[in-house]
Design a protein around this ligand. Structure first.
Ligand code: GLU
Length: 490
């Protein structure tokens, strides 16, 4: 269904600032961004803030921050003015009023003075009669003069579009193909509210047209708005863009995606140790695929492969485990230096400790944990023991079924042997490994029990990065001192 693209591609992400940006919104942004990049077009950010009641302070900043963090930079938008600004709808009022006046003058729209309470009552009555509730065309055939009088009296006046009472409206969705909507099912919807601000429908059409948007890629939840928009384009004598509606995103229980499915706002993801490239990779696969077997995708892979054919028509399912797996994959493919920098950001600023982590130490530690972590947030807890020693509880200073005195004896011997190793030239992790394995064999202990005891003493925890390497990095002296502490606990 990919049409040959002949015009300059100009696409937009048009969020309403009604909360923190969520997965679905960022997926829309990503697909628009990738489509623009692939076609050497422009990606525009437009803030749709005409519903002032639903606006939440700080959301515009968070949307911009989310886009920046994910690397989805826009070419035009707030702060990056282009030729078609301003890019915030509340700053574009005159354009909407001009459009409303044209529609009124041409007889394609009309004013209505029904109060919200009267409208509610109308709907209640319709429901009682078993009819679908909706606006019944109350002012459709009243004179403009009559309604102007109501306006002068101070009654709340809205403007509604005069939707044809019969016929169809058709368009070809770039993924789904031909779509047909019955106009008799569409109410005379409001285009200008009583507060003088346009509704989403009007502002969206006026702006997509005046910003020369070539393609509208938006969530499927907007598909029922498309016939309304097409009517507006027609009445305003404007050329509509092409449309592609992106599949819905559900939780595993097939319900609308929400927090309880493990989906967080982008801002929360940013703070939770997720890599932006992993999140972008994951959301790219929500309802789209490069149509090869690849699941691990870079930004460039997404750009190169993005097309409408790859969009699925059925809903996609959000799977937090897969996101976490992909994050691990991206962490592993990162070069150590970048990972060390990221790790540093997660460490407490000034660890008040003699074993303070320096870069040299970190560059030895990071490769040890790189294979195991699934989130940047896991770095600090898994390496904390290198510089802050928390003595283990007595209950984990144990070795199989041996009693405390026997454990003490084993640890004393280990202290002696490690001290002896200190005197030698060779004290790499391989030497440490040999020493521990030999000791274990000579003592006739199970390797798991013995190494578990040593690990618990030295790291203070039951899980740690590979033990022999950890001892080498920590240093034999520090390890001996920790074992000594444990002997004293017994
Ligand atoms: N303001 C709408 C939203 O919040 C935009 C929908 C569209 O892209 O047309 O998603």
């Amino acid at each position: 269904m990919d049409k040959k693209i002949t015009h300059e591609v100009r696409v937009r992400f048009a969020p309403s600032p009604t909360g923190d940006p969520h997965i679905g919104a960022m997926r829309t942004a990503l697909f628009n961004w990738a489509f623009a990049k692939k076609n050497k077009g422009k990606f525009i950010l437009r803030i749709e803030d005409t519903d002032k009641k639903r606006q939440i302070e700080g959301s515009i900043e968070n949307i911009i921050e989310g886009l920046n963090w994910l690397g989805l930079n826009y070419d035009e938008g707030p702060g990056i003015e282009g030729d078609y600004g301003p890019y915030i709808q509340s700053l574009r009022k005159n354009r909407y009023i001009d459009a409303v006046n044209k529609l009124l003058d041409d007889g394609n729209a009309y004013m209505c003075d029904l109060t919200p309470e009267e409208l509610e009552k109308m709907k209640e009555e319709q429901k009682l009669q078993g009819k679908p509730p909706g606006y019944n065309g109350y002012s459709r055939n009243r004179s403009r003069e009559d309604l102007e009088k109501s306006k002068k009296k101070g009654l709340p006046i809205v403007v509604r579009l005069k939707v044809p009472l019969s016929g169809n409206i058709e368009f070809t969705d770039l993924r789904r193909g031909p779509m047909k909507f019955d106009l008799s099912k569409i109410d005379d919807f409001v285009i200008l509210k009583a507060d003088g601000l346009p509704t989403y429908h009007l502002a969206n059409v006026v702006d997509d047209s005046s910003m020369l948007i070539s393609h509208v890629l938006r969530g499927e939840e907007w598909i029922s708005s498309t016939p309304k928009h097409l009517l507006l384009y027609k009445f305003l004598g404007l050329e509509p863009p092409s449309f592609a509606h992106l599949p819905l995103i559900f939780g595993k229980d097939k319900a609308k995606l929400s927090k309880r499915h493990g989906a967080s706002s982008i801002i929360e993801y940013q703070q939770s140790g997720l890599l932006p490239e992993a999140l972008v990779n994951y959301i790219a696969l929500l309802g789209w695929s490069p149509r090869n077997d690849k699941e691990v995708l870079s930004y460039q892979d997404i750009i190169d492969n993005f097309d409408f054919e790859g969009l699925s028509v059925s809903p996609s399912i959000f799977d937090p485990e897969k996101l976490s797996w992909l994050n691990g994959v991206h962490i592993r493919s990162m070069d150590n230096e970048t990972l060390i920098k990221l790790a540093q950001d997660t460490l407490p600023k000034e660890p008040d400790n003699k074993n303070k982590l320096n870069n040299k130490k970190l560059s030895k530690i990071i490769p040890l944990i790189k294979e195991r972590i699934k989130s940047i947030d896991e770095i600090y807890p898994s390496i904390k023991f290198f510089f802050i020693y928390t003595k283990p509880k007595k209950s984990i200073i144990k070795c199989g079924t041996l009693d405390d005195n026997e454990v003490k004896e084993i640890l004393n011997k280990l202290v002696t042997d490690l001290n002896a190793l200190l005197e030698k030239d060779n004290k790499t992790h391989a030497d440490i490994e040999k020493l521990l394995r030999d000791n274990c064999e000579n003592l006739g202990l199970k390797l798991r029990d013995y190494l578990g005891l040593v690990r618990n003493c030295i790291t203070g925890a039951e899980v740690s990065p590979p033990l022999f390497e950890s001892i080498e990095i920590l240093g034999i002296e520090e390890s001996v001192s920790r074992i000594q502490d444990c002997i004293n606990i017994l």
